[in-house]
Design a protein around this ligand. Structure first.
Ligand code: PLP
Length: 484
């Protein structure tokens, strides 16, 4: 028996781990959503040095219960309404297990053809389900890839945009040798990963123009037009515009078609960051609003690891011209040369991402689509939007609260009427109760409490429960509480 792999032991321990997870999920509702540990608590409960001798799995599971679980924020808790959801479910968990169990590397088509072809195929499926134009699918000059995160999607789009703007010379010569300084554009509400990306790609964070948003949280295209024209007139080269569909703070939607028209005048790449909201394009009733303009963009990305029951990490990025990505990211050392690549008939996904190696992430998306079916996934999204609208109506009708903007899909942003200090105090009281977790952001220059519906276990009663908790947190202290 090879001590590294004993099939009978693997069966036994695998079942024990699945049982442990099933119990964890079944007991989630009875836990506090957020941890209450202090920095260093977890490490203090662990041995100083790694074990020399093997330990039984039971000892590890006991430590999960004793040390790890109490120090978690339970993102799968039905009362989790903070940030955006990181929803997962058994099909995806099992797909992840299969990917780990197969243990293949898919950097090249030839290193495991199914790893590449399933990914290309499933991303064509998803593009079609979302109503993205065929030019973004592999049937045209484009195609999709699974990356770890929306941040990586922005970065690879930016590197492709940079090379396109400098006729492919920047990879060799560096941005300093470019004939003109490169500039990038995103709204003031765009995700911080855009700023991170322009720094990493060498444009410099100062080259990012933050374009103001209008009262609906959408990029002001007249301001974009002015900023791009000013840069061009000053001899700079506009390179990339990131349009956000569903901004992180409030779910604002940039006018992608109008942005693409402006960007086209300067030859700039247009990337759509639809990390959270993009999933809702599964539902025909929201598709037009969420995919408008997609027929004129260079790349479009969304995160099934937020709202589509696929566990992190799973960012889907589609590009209209896969050649632009490959030209900017491909390297072909001798040890990667092979006949399939030379033939040009295959996709080598290492040319579409930063790392070389890649695991079989398409499995979890494939299992999620097959074991749920698209209609069940649509129904969930509709439920979440309906419950968020119900919650927003309660807020709007309550004089102690103010809705800071209309709900965007399943995201509601509200504040205490009394101002920022009152809002922060309310936030602390809501989360302090432990039954739900909400987060905050700045919306129209006010502190907003964000309630994002979308956790896997959340049902209508949990959204109603959140409203009950908020009401209790708003209630003036009773006489008994107020007494010294
Ligand atoms: C969540 C989010 C991101 C970052 O997502 P990662 O996949 O964690 O990098 C980027 N943009 C928007 C609009 C988001 O909502």
């Amino acid at each position: 028996m090879n001590p590294a792999f004993d099939p009978e032991r693997f069966r036994r321990e695998g079942r024990a781990v699945v049982d442990w997870l099933a119990d964890y999920w079944a007991g989630l509702e009875d836990r506090r959503v957020a941890h209450t540990v202090d920095p260093g608590d977890v490490r203090a409960a662990l041995p100083v040095a790694a074990p020399e001798a093997p330990e039984p799995l039971a000892a590890v599971l006991a430590d999960l219960d004793r040390v790890i679980v109490p120090a978690l924020t339970h993102w799968q808790h039905p009362g989790f309404f903070a940030y955006f959801p990181a929803s997962t479910a058994p099909p995806s968990i099992l797909g992840e297990l299969l990917a780990a169990g197969l243990g293949v590397q898919g950097m090249l088509w030839s290193t495991s053809p199914a790893c590449t072809e399933l990914e290309t195929h499933v991303l064509d499926w998803v593009a079609e389900l979302l109503g993205l134009p065929p030019r973004l699918s592999s049937r045209g000059a484009g195609g999709g890839v699974i990356l770890d995160s929306a941040s990586s999607g922005v970065l690879v789009a930016l590197v492709a945009a940079r090379e396109r703007a400098t006729a492919g010379r920047t990879n060799a010569a560096g941005v300093g040798a470019a004939p003109a300084a490169l500039t990038a554009y995103a709204s003031g509400d765009a995700h911080s990963c855009v700023e991170k990306g322009v720094g990493i790609a060498g444009l410099g964070r100062d080259s990012l123009r933050r374009i103001p948003v209008d009262s609906a949280g959408a990029m002001d295209t007249a301001a974009l037009e002015r900023a791009m024209a000013d840069d061009a007139a000053a001899g700079r080269r506009p390179c990339l515009v990131v349009a956000t569909v569903g901004t992180t703070a409030r779910g604002g939607i940039d006018p992608v078609a109008a942005i693409a028209a402006v960007a086209a005048r300067h030859g700039a790449w247009v990337h759509v960051d639809a990390a959270w909201a993009g999933t809702a394009a599964l539902c025909p009733e929201w598709r037009a609003a969420l995919t408008d303009g997609a027929d004129a963009v260079d790349s479009w990305g969304t995160n099934p690891h937020k709202w589509l029951l696929v566990n992190f990490d799973c960012h889907c990025l589609w590009v209209a011209d896969r050649g632009a990505l490959i030209n900017s990211l491909s390297t072909k050392p001798e040890y990667l040369r092979n006949a399939a690549t030379e033939s040009g008939a295959v996709i080598d996904y290492s040319d579409w991402q930063v790392p070389l190696g890649r695991r079989f992430r398409a499995l979890k998306l494939w299992l999620t689509l097959r074991l749920f079916g698209a209609e069940a996934l649509r129904q969930r999204i509709r439920d979440h939007v309906t419950w968020a609208a119900w919650f927003a109506d309660r807020v709007a009708a309550d004089p102690r609260l103010v809705l800071l903007c209309p709900p965007s899909l399943s995201l509601v942003c509200f504040a205490a009427t009394g101002g920022d200090a009152a809002t922060l105090e309310l936030l602390a009281r809501i989360n302090g109760a432990g039954e739900v977790l909400v987060s905050h952001a700045r919306v129209a220059d006010r502190i907003a409490i964000r309630l994002a519906v979308g956790a896997t276990l959340t049902e209508r009663r949990h959204v109603e429960g959140a409203w009950r908790i908020i009401n209790a947190a708003l209630a003036p202290p009773s006489a008994a509480e107020a007494a010294p």
